[in-house]
Write a protein that binds this ligand. Structure first.
Ligand SMILES: *[C@@H]1O[C@H](CO)[C@@H](O)[C@H](O)[C@H]1NC(C)=O
Ligand SMILES: *[C@@H]1O[C@H](CO)[C@@H](O)[C@H](O)[C@H]1NC(C)=O
Length: 180
């Protein structure tokens, strides 16, 4: 796996074998179900203190506008999906970092992690050198947070709102599921 960034975010000992055998379209469809509004609201907002935020690097925020901008350049769709995968896994990790095991959102985020782990199998085929340099740099940045990195405060729900919106942009038409 030289030069690749394995998203070993959740490192779950037990993973549903069914999930591991699924392709990216099935996995993202499951993610879309898990990320439906009521669940995001409950697990990522209501179960957190009012106005709770986590600290993330600027590069860990990936919005539809970022995708529009990158698409306008020469970045390939495959590279954009690779970027989304790494940024979203990292966002999930940021949220899990602040959750104690007894927290009511623990299990929910763990289930999301399992889906991202399954998706990681798809993306472990990519090496950093296979993707556009601009994306390779961004992914590197996401994984190399240091004390000096500029940070911003973001609400947990906002991180996964972006994750879902961008996922719809990147997979909706490709996978033939609703992209509205
Ligand atoms: C998305 O755009 C914002 C500025 O609008 C920038 O701070 C951030 O680094 C970008 N994210 C990625 C992953 O490029
Ligand atoms: C797309 O790129 C062109 C030329 O590089 C630029 O003029 C235009 O403003 C860009 N559009 C967006 C939406 O970024």
């Amino acid at each position: 796996m030289q030069q690749g960034y394995a998203a070993v975010l959740c490192v779950l000992a037990v993973m549903g074998l069914e999930a591991a055998a699924l392709g990216e379209c099935e996995i993202t469809r499951l993610l879309q179900d898990k990320l439906q509004y009521e669940m995001r609201l409950q697990y990522l907002k209501h179960y957190f203190p009012i106005d709770y935020t986590v600290q993330v690097q600027y590069e860990e925020v990936l919005r539809p506008s970022n995708i529009t901008r990158l698409r306008n350049g020469t970045v390939s769709e495959a590279a954009l999906r690779y970027l989304w995968f790494h940024v979203s896994s990292q966002a999930l990790l940021r949220i899990r970092e602040v959750l104690p095991e007894k927290h009511p959102s623990w299990k929910y985020t763990q289930e999301l992690c399992q889906l991202f782990d399954a998706l990681g199998r798809e993306y472990s085929k990519y090496r950093q050198t296979d993707v556009d340099v601009v994306v390779a740099d961004l992914v590197k940045q996401v994984h190399s947070a240091s004390a000096e990195s500029r940070r911003k405060a973001v609400r947990p729900k906002a991180l996964l709102d972006n994750c879902l919106k961008v996922m719809r942009m990147l997979y909706g038409r490709r996978c033939g599921w609703d992209s509205t």
